[in-house]
Each structure stands twice: as structure tokens, then as C-alpha cells.
Design a protein around this ligand. Structure first.
Ligand code: PA5
Length: 442
């Protein structure tokens, strides 16, 4: 298996084969709507892997090489769709423990602009005092408050550390081609700029410079990432439902939703996929959670969370289904040592690898949850690599577009995310928000 594959919940007693076929036909219709793109200006992501902007990719690789030569840290400033995709891929391939290994060549990616925590920035500045670093500031609108504040703080630091001239060589701005405060700052200061295409929304932007520059700076092969995405594009756009994991996934989740399964838990048995889950939550939550509809996307990392949430999943309210990312191979091997005394009783495991043990836990969990009334959709990956992650990203994106149309919402807008911002601006005393402030104070 070189490609990711999907297998559906069997014998869960929730739906018939005929019902599933009907939902597959609905998925085919939704796919046509998506590919026709009528009336939607945010479908640029659908063709990114195929279109492959080679000049942009080459420039990113050159900048990543420069960052590797002069920086120990790469600070990625962004929030939501402007950082989660990069973090998902970087952390899938570069665990936090790996960053402690002294022979790691590529810079360690650290994040800012995703929080307003004062203590976080205080600690970040202490770290930046100690190490050489470069910065990518990423904002499509160029006006989002969290990354704007983070960039002001980091810009001040980097200019003091290296002087304005060198700081300019260490800052990369990824933003709109023409508008926004970040575009203005980057143009005035002469930073290297990358463009976020107008027709690609934040949560679908990982295969643009938004994701690609941080991923390349972490030493990950972006050509392989794009190749995986391009192969999955062909599968998603050309194959019939029986051989099309995206259509099957969109069909099963809408069918289960109609059967009362209102919460989807994305689970894996690898802690390195934690940020893949965070990226997926934004992708599906922001795309489908509107008009008072939509599956609630939730995530768990097993076996860790079996010791905290396992009870609820097994026995709590039956409004759950599980989407399991199952990864066949591990890249490395750790011996379980023989112990003559065997006081812990673990010698029976000596013939097995940790990966096999993890898979037994996975299989046992899947059977238990299925028997407990939690259907499990399984996404199988042969291994975690840049290529398979490219496939996974495109698979989830395409399925999301199809699934949103099946649900009857516009999967490419996000009208609900502005509400908190308006209140925050009013409470902060931002000019133009005086009337709202008065309303909030009464
Ligand atoms: O998907 C989205 O639209 C959001 O998550 C945005 O990416 C996020 O709010 C950051 O916006 P911006 O890139 O404009 O700073």
C-alpha cells in the first residue's frame, strides 16, 4: 500500500449498503458542484498540486537553505489557517524530542502569533536572545491582531539583535499581493515576500507558501509533499466512489451525522499527529459549522487519551463516531530488553516490536469502540512521510469541500469568526468601535 486507503465501519447496525450507496451518489453530485466551482471564489486550492508553481517552489527551497545556514530557530508567526497546516506537517515529521538531538541540521520551528499569552512571549524572547533565528510572518488579511502583535514584538527584538539591515534579510512576509498592513510593512521594509493567492482560503492554504516555507525551513522535502498531493488530486477528482477515499469519507460522515452521530473524533496512536488533528479540526469545523449545522470535530491521541477519555468513548452518550488514522510502519526500532526476573511480566512481549504492540492496542480499541456503538472509519497510511502527508492533506481538503456541499452549507466562508473580534476591538478601545463598546458596557 503506497497510497492512503479508507475502510468503513462494518456491522455497526446503523446503515444499510443501499443507504451508503445513496450517500455515495450524493457525494458524486457534490464533487461535480465543487469542480464546476460556480459562484465560489475560493477554490484555488483544488488545483495547487497540479499547477505546481516551480519558480515559487525553487525560491522557497533557496530561502530554506539560507535559513538553515544562518539560523537555529525559525519563528513562524501566524494563527488558524496561517499556521496550523505547517505545524501539522512539521510536527508529524519532526517530533519535539527530535529537536533536542544535537545532530539535527535543520532549524527548530517555533511558533508565535497563535496566542496572546504574555508569559508565552516573555519566554519566547528569552529563547530568541540565545539563538540565531529567522522569521516568517504569515497573514492573508495582513491585519489579524494576534500575529500583528507578535510580529511587532519579534520585529523589535530581531532589529535590536542584528540591526535593521540584517534583520530585513531574516524576515519573510507571506501575505496578500496588494493589500493589508503586513503587505505595506513588508514593501516598505523590503522583506522577501510570498503571495497567498486570493482564491485560497486560510484553512486550505497549506500547499501555498503559507505552509511550504516553514515546512521547507524545517528540512522537509516539499517536492514529495506536493507529489503526494498531486497523486491524491487525481484519485479524488477522477475515480468513482468505490476507489475514491474522499467520496467515501464525505459519504459516510454525512450518513452517520444523519443517524445521530453528531461528534467525530479524529484519533491516531501517534503523538506526532496531534497537530494534524488540530489542522483537521479547523478545516472541518470552520467549513461545516454554520447555519446551526455540522458535525463537531474533536480529536484524541491514543493510547494516551484512552486513560482519560476512554471511559466516555466506550460508555458515554452515543453521539460519537471515530475516524482513525492508522499508520502501518514505524521508521525506527526500539528493543524491549529481556529481564531475567520478569517482575513486570513483560517478557512475553519480547518477540514483538513496539509498533506491533501499538497496533494490537489499536485493533483492540477499534473492536471495543465498534462493539460499544462508536463506528470507526479507518484511514490507513503506509507510513508517515512528506509524500503520504501530501496525500492526507489533499484527501481531507477535497473530502471537506464535498462533505460541506452535501451538508448544504458553503464550505468556503467563515462568517462566524468575526463576532469575537468586534467585541475585542470595542473593549480594547480601537477607533471606530465606540458604539459597540457602549452597548457592551451596558
Ligand atoms: O481559515 C481562516 O480563514 C482563519 O483561520 C485564518 O487563517 C486566520 O484567522 C488567520 O487569518 P490571516 O491569515 O488573515 O491572519
Amino acid at each position: 500500500m503506497s497510497k492512503i486507503e479508507i475502510s468503513l465501519p462494518r456491522n455497526c447496525g446503523l446503515y444499510t449498503a443501499t443507504e451508503f450507496d445513496e450517500y455515495c451518489q450524493k457525494a458524486v453530485a457534490a464533487k461535480e458542484t465543487l469542480l464546476q466551482g460556480k459562484g465560489n471564489d475560493f477554490l484555488g486550492w483544488t488545483t495547487l498540486p497540479q499547477a505546481r508553481d516551480t519558480a515559487m517552489l525553487q525560491s522557497i527551497k533557496e530561502d530554506a537553505a539560507r535559513v538553515e545556514s544562518n539560523s537555529q530557530l525559525f519563528v513562524v508567526i501566524g494563527i488558524g489557517g496561517s499556521y496550523l497546516g505547517a505545524r501539522a506537517v512539521v510536527e508529524a515529521l519532526r517530533s519535539e524530542l527530535q529537536s533536542l538531538c544535537p545532530n539535527q541540521n535543520a532549524p527548530l520551528v517555533v511558533y508565535a502569533g497563535h496566542t496572546l499569552s504574555e508569559d508565552y512571549y516573555s519566554q519566547l524572547l528569552q529563547v530568541l536572545d540565545k539563538y540565531h533565528y529567522s522569521v516568517a510572518v504569515i497573514s492573508k488579511s495582513g491585519t489579524t491582531t494576534e500575529p500583528a502583535i507578535a510580529f511587532r514584538i519579534v520585529k523589535n527584538h530581531i532589529e535590536k539583535k542584528y540591526g535593521k539591515q540584517e534583520a530585513r534579510q531574516r524576515i519573510f512576509a507571506i501575505t496578500d499581493a496588494q493589500k493589508g498592513a503586513l503587505h505595506t510593512i513588508a514593501t516598505n521594509e523590503g522583506y522577501k515576500r510570498y503571495i497567498i493567492p486570493d482564491n485560497v482560503g486560510g484553512r486550505f492554504s497549506v500547499l501555498t507558501p503559507v505552509g511550504l516555507l516553514p515546512i521547507a525551513a524545517a528540512g522537509i522535502d516539499i517536492d514529495q509533499l506536493m507529489a503526494g498531493a498531486a497523486d491524491m488530486l487525481k484519485t479524488c477528482t477522477q475515480m468513482p466512489p468505490q476507489q475514491n477515499p474522499a467520496l467515501q469519507y464525505a459519504a459516510i460522515r454525512n450518513l452517520l451525522y444523519q443517524k445521530g452521530k453528531k461528534v467525530e473524533m479524529l484519533v491516531s496512536f501517534l503523538p506526532t499527529l496531534r497537530y494534524m488533528s488540530e489542522w483537521w479540526k479547523q478545516l472541518y469545523g470552520e467549513s461545516e459549522g454554520k447555519d446551526h449545522k455540522g458535525i463537531l470535530p474533536h480529536s484524541l491521541c491514543f493510547t494516551t487519551d484512552l486513560h482519560s477519555m476512554g471511559q466516555y468513548v466506550q460508555d458515554g452518550e452515543r453521539h460519537l463516531f471515530e475516524t482513525l488514522i492508522s499508520v502501518e510502519k514505524a521508521h525506527t526500532h526500539v528493543e524491549i530488553p529481556f529481564d531475567e526476573q520478569n517482575l513486570d511480566g513483560l517478557n512475553y512481549l519480547l518477540q514483538k516490536s513496539l509498533n506491533e504492540i501499538n497496533h494490537c492496542a489499536e485493533q483492540g480499541t477499534t473492536i471495543a469502540h465498534t462493539n460499544g456503538g462508536v463506528p470507526v472509519v479507518k484511514i490507513q497510511m503506509p507510513e508517515i512521510s512528506a509524500y503520504t502527508l501530501g496525500q492526507l492533506i489533499y484527501f481531507f481538503e477535497f473530502a471537506c469541500g464535498v462533505s460541506g456541499y452535501m451538508l448544504g452549507v458553503n464550505p468556503f466562508d467563515q462568517p462566524g469568526v468575526e463576532a469575537y473580534k468586534k467585541n475585542m476591538f470595542a473593549l480594547l478601545g480601537k477607533p471606530g468601535y465606540e458604539d459597540l463598546r457602549k452597548t457592551l458596557e451596558n
